[in-house]
Design a protein around this ligand. Structure first.
Ligand SMILES: [Zn+2]
Length: 345
């Protein structure tokens, strides 16, 4: 009993010191940030950084258990907001999801612009210029193939940035957007494979149809796993990465078939394998970096909280992979239009 008052007096004394310091901090903070009240930061006694609009930035130890995902990322988490408005307002702040949001939001906007304008105002004109009016016309299937890829790329990147923006809302909303994020990846892989399949096998519609059916079945199977709550758990991170790698690798089946059916050189020309190779390197490297949490796993937690962590590198790899696919698709389309295809077998 005798030690309790002494302990509490020590606590009170230290509280006073902290309070005086806090007062100085708050006073200084108010002076510096008077002109920018909307984003001014007040440091509270428990060490949380609290914004005026009540969005809290916390570290790993102050985080709800459901929000704990990557133990190597220590600081910069937005605490559960339970508010769509606060999640949207967090876009103006620097936290550890900021780079994840913008690395996919900006490219998704570019893909949306391409989806609206590219085939109608750029590709058709360019084709006529390059190939003349005999070869330059786009038919309906060309129009659909190029646009479904652009739609897939837009949906994948947009769902991803929404997930990173709204994952701090609450556990349920985070799970919902996480599933949308995975579905976006499945849609991008499916539309990438199917669009290029057409230019690989456009004069053999049976093989084109066969591989389209196979890709649809693989994509649907992945979709069933993604919508399962167990698959969403953080312990399944490596499994998730390998699942997507396997689905993307199923794109090798039509390529190998094409090499046997048309010969290697013709297969290379038909689907522009050079670009497809770079695309595969980007996606596989990105998935491995994401799955094994490189580079943060080699250092003490906290070194890559805001920049250059595995998830951000994975995002950049995804965007680069999608750009290489877009190049492959357009080059394959032009190659098919020139009419150099010849069946070797
Ligand atoms: Zn992401």
């Amino acid at each position: 009993m005798s030690t309790r008052p002494r302990t509490s007096s020590v606590v009170s004394a230290s509280s006073i010191v902290v309070s005086i310091q806090d007062y100085k901090d708050i006073k200084t903070s108010n002076v510096v940030n008077r002109k920018r009240r909307a984003s001014s930061i007040v440091v509270t006694a428990v060490g949380e950084k609290e914004l005026i609009d009540d969005i809290k930035i916390v570290n790993w130890t102050q985080l709800n258990e459901w929000q704990q995902d990557n133990e190597f990322i220590y600081d910069g988490y937005v605490q559960e907001t339970n508010s769509v408005t606060k999640c949207m307002k967090s876009l103006k702040m620097m936290h550890n999801e900021t780079i994840n949001i913008w690395t996919h939001l900006i490219p998704s906007f570019f893909y949306l612009l391409l989806l609206i304008f590219f085939t109608d105002f750029m590709l058709e004109k360019k084709l006529t210029q390059i190939l003349g009016s005999d070869h330059g016309a786009m038919d309906t299937i060309d129009y659909i193939m190029v646009n479904i890829f652009l739609l897939g790329a837009f949906l994948c990147l947009f769902c991803s940035s929404c997930f990173h923006c709204f994952k701090q809302h609450s556990e349920n909303i985070s799970n919902l957007w996480s599933k949308a994020d995975y579905m976006g990846i499945i849609i991008l892989i499916s539309t990438s494979i199917i669009s290029l399949l057409y230019y690989g096998f456009h004069d053999n519609l049976f093989l084109c149809k066969l591989f389209t059916i196979l890709t649809t079945i693989f994509g649907a199977t992945c979709g069933v796993f993604v919508l399962n709550d167990r698959f969403n758990h953080k312990d399944w991170k490596a499994v998730r990465a390998s699942f997507f790698i396997m689905f993307a690798a199923s794109g090798l089946l039509p390529i190998i078939t094409g090499c046997f059916y048309f010969g290697i050189q013709e297969a290379i020309n038909r689907v522009q394998l050079g670009f497809v190779f770079y695309e595969a390197v980007c996606y596989i490297a990105g998935a491995l970096i994401y799955g094994f949490k490189v580079p943060e796993c080699f250092y003490k937690p906290g070194k890559f909280d805001y920049f250059f962590n595995s998830h951000q590198i994975f995002h950049v790899c995804c965007v680069a992979g999608s750009i290489f696919h877009f190049k492959a698709l357009i080059a394959s389309f032009v190659h098919a239009k020139i009419g150099k295809h010849s069946i070797a077998a």
